[in-house]
Design a protein around this ligand. Sequence first.
Ligand code: TRP
Length: 443
Amino acid sequence: MLAPREHWGSRVGFILAAAGSAVGLGNIWKFPYLAGQHGGAAFLITYLALAFTIGISVMLCEFIIGRAARKDPIGAFAKLKGGLWPIVGFMGIAAAFVILSFYSVVGGWTLAYILKMMTGVLVNGTSQELGKVFSNFIENPVRPIIFHAAFMTLTIAVVIGGIGRGIERWCKILLPALFVIILILLGRSLTLPGAMKGIEYFLQPDFSKMNAAAFNAALSQAFFSLSIGMGAMITYGSYLDRTMNLPTSTIWTTSLDTSIAFLAGLVILPAVFAFGFDPNAGPGLTFITLPAVFANMPGGVVFAPLFFVLLAIAALTSAVSLLEVVVTYLVDEKGVSRRTAAWGSGAVMFLIGIPASLSLGVWKDYTIFGKGIFDFLDYLSSNLLLPLGGIFIALFVGWFFSEKALEEATAGGKHRFPVARIWMFICKFIAPLAIAWILISGL
Ligand code: TRP
């Protein structure tokens, strides 16, 4: 006898778990530096526009597929349609391995930086010294891998707890905590002398900076940040019961995710300008510039560790959703126990993460298609696998599952869904065409 499928305990629990998946390093580490590189407000507006049209639509598709099938992504496509469709699920499982392996490396950095901040190593450094501290750390062949292992172990531990007692319980504590910390930091950042320039940069659009590359970055970022395109939301949806209102849950998740990205930009960019740093600093922005910012501000000794605790929390609730995709698959399709599935797949991801970490130091010279291993895994997933998955998910719901999807969305007519037609139109035409166009122009 199969045990009955676990369910989310409550509507709030589900939304916080989905938002916990969406809110992560993508919002707090990637978004501010991408906005910094691609013109501030122009990037912000493009990202928001894509998230609230294409992104939100694909997320609803994923929830629907998951709940309709109550299965992992591969099993869901097999059950709902069969044919070649399960390949989309396979792509998703592959993407989970690709993303979590490098994601956990960065997750490890956040753990390491909590300790660094608490021991005060960085508190009196200049930005140049802090740059060295960062590159010395990530280039070290051993230390980042130890923290990578620690981060992966935490992720495995939460996933082993299961849906209700593991993921939901943790997200219900961690996500509100994150909101509070970010609001404290916001108060600090906005009151810094000179913060106004950063606020203007972030909120006054300069559309001349929006070229094909920026569009491509905004789309990839929308997918990555919303956790869509690879079945994470299919997986979370598969643990829903039939009564939940899917369209409103989707709006909640997308709004929470984009507002945290917005707030993170509003914390980081004004602070960067207030201290005269370069918003164009790239991936080092968080780990190099911010500690310097903290070092130069009153109360920095408290705010610095607080910030990295926040980043670690956000990363953990996201990492959990990536591992859960693979674990749900192994449990549903292969009959493996949750514990074995989590340790086994986590171990493989940990191993793939090792060359990713080494590629930032001693293995710098090994490249795949001209990129280091770390950058290649990031690019492969965000810029290729996720948008591609998004195209197929939208096409599936728009053309092959539309009647049943509409019924699933409203739980058989129980919930109102006034924009159903617009959503269907986006799934059928806008999302596949726009994603394909942006993908191709970006290559
Ligand atoms: N959305 C998370 C972030 O912004 C990362 C993430 C978690 C993710 N699960 C995912 C990205 C699934 C793509 C697909 O950091």
